[in-house]
Design a binder for this molecule. Structure first.
Ligand code: MGD
Ligand code: MGD
Ligand code: SF4
Ligand code: MO
Length: 696
């Protein structure tokens, strides 16, 4: 006898900033309550597997600390003291602050600020419609992809690559500078299939022994920021030992002979010193790549979060062009397929009313910008009004001390629309409660695969939560912003976007739940040419021309970037005062600062911890488990040391991102990271910090 109640299952999509964009099966217990969340089995990428944090989403959506009502600040800025007010009053006060800033200082004194809390097109990007309709300041979206996409674009000319499901027929999968066991578990499903089906091998390049590294047949644990050197030495061996595919090189690449000559000096001995690994490991890695036609490079984001991240990405992306792995099924590379979707976001983002010449403020430099750094303000007015959705800069942005100082400015009006009372929300004048993904409709794309997916509303929102679209449209009305998109429902916006992007409309998507938009084999493998007019892959990068949407002109020390791949010395090398290099790699059960409020994630991650090599611990006279302070030129953070042999000496790893308050004194990990702009388009160098460590 079946004693279980009849549980309904709904289909939706994980909205979080993760390349997997998993198709989900959600148990719906009643109109307000969910049970277990599982991966959809019949989605050919998700294959029924999702990460542990989302399988326990009931903990997050039904969390007792969710924001349920609009709030108005009553204590000092940042105190977290608020009183409840009505939606009408909250929106009226917010709109009034926007209009006042505009009247006193012009529209660019208003800065709508968002990132990737939800990846849904409507709920994430709709804030741009308000921005463009009013001519508010632009946002340079540099936290995540500015470095990696710039580097990948420099060689391939396109943010796209091979179908990840082809991993199932690969003979060697190289996971380079990513940790999918933590950050996009589905990669491991496809790796496991390749191993089972074909006895494929897994190679992993990282800076510490991650969960992914533990599963690898070939492990390369290098010094942070030295991937360019490793890639050069690998290619040196490939050319030296006859593994370069000259027919492919002549047809598909720009300057193979000059490049081969350039690599003559980039020996394994040269790289071994820079990377701090044995020469034999580099030789073995290169041989494996050279001898395996079906080598699939699954290139992550993590290794680009250094000041030389863009040239390092370019260097790695050159390897399959040398071997010609691109020609084979199960061979080639995938960093992201985000450039493949070609969606027409005019209606969602108001691109048709965007005025040219309005300044772009770099989101990673929010601290400096709010502190009126003339470099950031670009001769324009100070930011007087900040409208935040989908992001938590007081936790995730670099140079946290400045971010907090900026947010504490008495003459700045801040409205934060959030699901929880985040570090950023605590600084707000008005806090608005937001829905979660299962409480609104949206569409999503898989950066790490090729599906457009429909994320359905499955339950009613608690309290007075409203979705981002409702808030943006209401504010638009109050500040006199005009655009047809403000009068459309989310479903109408989704349908318009699909139809105007030459994709099947919402009726079909609603029926099917997802559509696969993978281009054909030849296009995905660049066998019809790479993304440049002459169709050739670029070994010689033209960094001044690699434009990414976060900037209009190159920024940072562009002259330091190498044309042909090399070791680029722009990283924060250790010094006598700061003898260690710190990376802030992602923890398994936090997703940036999301999930660091759920009990099971907090339990699993333990406490803010820094991994220290046991020999370094001994040399410093520190004990395993001891409370320590770690300091950079930008500030000091308290954590607990853990003896951890799985990284080079002199390297520290702090898996992140803990709530700021979980660290003593409330200084979060980004107190240590820097907001100087890496060339050529800026970007968060979160894993590139010179620091000291001592007993607390
Ligand atoms: N659990 C979890 N999942 C996540 C996230 C999270 O925070 N937690 N974040 C999400 C987001 S926003 C993104 S963009 C993706 C990112 O996912 P990934 O592509 O995996 O990139 P990162 O998470 O930045 O870092 C991955 C790995 O890069 C390593 N790394 C750091 N510096 C170097 C280096 O110089 N060289 C090499 N070879 N490796 C280096 C780090 O140690 C880490 O293990 O993951 C998403 N998924
Ligand atoms: N030290 C260090 N710092 C990092 C990184 C790192 O590896 N190390 N990684 C960086 C990377 S790759 C990224 S992408 C950034 C990410 O930075 P963020 O995009 O800020 O990501 P989260 O910290 O997860 O914060 C997202 C917030 O959006 C809220 N949210 C979610 N859905 C909605 C919604 O529908 N409406 C509204 N109004 N709010 C919503 C969530 O509650 C959450 O507080 O962090 C960067 N910071
Ligand atoms: S693996 Fe990524 S996309 Fe899939 S459920 Fe987890 S966070 Fe969401
Ligand atoms: Mo990210």
């Amino acid at each position: 006898m079946n004693i279980l109640p009849n549980i309904k299952t709904g289909i939706s999509v994980c909205p979080h900033d993760c390349p997997s964009a998993c198709a989900l099966e959600v148990e719906v217990l009643d109109e307000r309550t969910i049970g277990r969340v599982r991966g959809a089995k019949d989605n050919s990428y998700t294959l029924g597997v999702i990460c542990e944090k989302v399988s326990r989403y009931a903990e997050r959506i039904h969390h007792p600390d969710r924001l349920l009502h609009p709030l108005k600040r009553k204590g000092p800025k940042g105190s977290g003291e608020f009183q409840r007010i009505s939606w009408d009053d909250a929106l009226a006060e917010t709109a009034e602050a926007m209009l006042k800033a505009e009247a006193d200082y012009g529209p660019t004194s208003v800065w709508p600020y968002f990132y990737a809390g939800t990846m849904g097109y409507v709920m994430r990007d709709g804030i741009n419609r308000l921005r463009h309709a009013k001519g508010y300041s632009n946002l340079g979206d540099t936290f995540c992809v500015a470095l990696s996409w710039s580097g990948y674009l420099a060689g391939t000319g396109s943010v796209s690559g091979v179908d990840p499901r082809e991993m199932q027929v690969s003979d060697l999968i190289v996971v380079w500078g990513g940790n999918p066991v933590n950050t996009q578990v589905n990669v491991m499903t496809h790796v496991a299939m390749a191993r089972k089906n074909r006895g494929a091998r897994l190679a992993c390049v990282d800076i510490y022994e991650t969960g992914t590294m533990k599963q690898a047949d070939l492990k390369l644990i290098i010094r942070p920021g030295t991937d360019g050197a490793l890639a050069c030495a690998v290619m040196h061996v490939l050319f030296r030992d006859g593994h370069a595919d000259w027919a492919y090189l002549e047809k598909f690449t720009d300057a193979p002979r000059e490049f081969a000559a350039h690599l003559k000096a980039k020996t394994p001995e040269w790289a071994a010193k820079i990377c701090d690994i044995p020469v034999a490991d580099i030789e073995a890695f290169a041989r494996l790549i050279g001898e395996t036609k079906r080598t699939f490079f699954r290139i992550g984001y993590g290794f680009t979060r250094s000041r030389n991240g863009a040239p390092n990405m370019h260097a790695v992306s050159c390897i399959p062009a040398v071997t010609g792995a691109w020609q084979h099924e199960g061979g080639g590379a995938l960093h992201s397929n985000s450039g493949m979707y070609r969606m027409n976001k005019t209606m969602i983002e108001g691109l048709d009313v965007r005025k040219p010449g309005i300044r772009i403020l770099d989101q990673s430099r929010i601290g400096a910008a709010l502190l009126n750094d003339p470099y950031d303000l670009q001769g324009g007015p100070p930011v007087k009004m900040l409208l935040v959705q989908n992001t938590n800069p007081a936790s995730v942005a670099p140079d946290q001390t400045k971010v907090k100082q900026g947010l504490a400015r008495e003459d700045l009006f801040t409205c934060v629309h959030e699901q929880f009372m985040t570090e950023t929300a605590k600084f707000a004048d008005i806090v608005l409660p937001a829905t979660m993904f299962l409480e609104h409709d949206d569409i999503y794309q898989g950066g790490g695969h090729s599906h457009l997916l429909y994320g359905r509303k499955l339950v009613e929102a608690p309290g007075e939560c409203r979705n981002n679209h409702e808030v943006i449209c209401d504010l638009a009305r109050r500040v006199g912003a005009e655009h047809p998109g403000f009068a459309m429902s989310p479903r109408e916006l989704i349908d318009w976007t699909l139809v105007n992007s030459k994709k099947p409309g919402l009726d079909l998507l609603d029926q099917e739940s997802w559509v696969d938009v993978m281009p054909d084999f030849e296009q995905a493998h660049f066998l019809k040419g790479f993304g440049f007019p002459d169709g050739k892959f670029r070994f010689r990068a033209d960094w001044r021309k690699v434009r990414f949407r976060s900037t209009e002109v190159p920024v940072g020390p562009v002259e330091m970037l190498p044309g042909f791949p090399d070791h680029c010395e722009t990283i924060e090398e250790a010094t006598a005062d700061y003898p260690f290099r710190l990376a802030t790699s992602p923890a398994r059960t936090f997703l940036n600062s999301t999930f660091n409020e759920t009990p099971s994630s907090r339990k699993r991650e333990g406490r803010p911890t820094v991994f220290v090599h046991p020999d370094d611990l001994a040399a410093l006279g520190l004990a395993d488990g001891q409370k320590v302070k770690v300091g950079s030129a930008r500030g000091t953070v308290t954590l607990h040391a853990r003896a951890h042999a799985g990284q080079r000496r002199g390297v520290l790893i702090a898996e992140s991102i803990w709530p700021n308050e979980a660290h003593e004194d409330g200084q979060g990990i980004n107190t240590l990271t820097g907001a100087d702009q890496p060339a050529p388009n800026g970007g968060g160098a979160f894993h590139d910090n010179r620091v000291w460590i001592r007993a607390a």
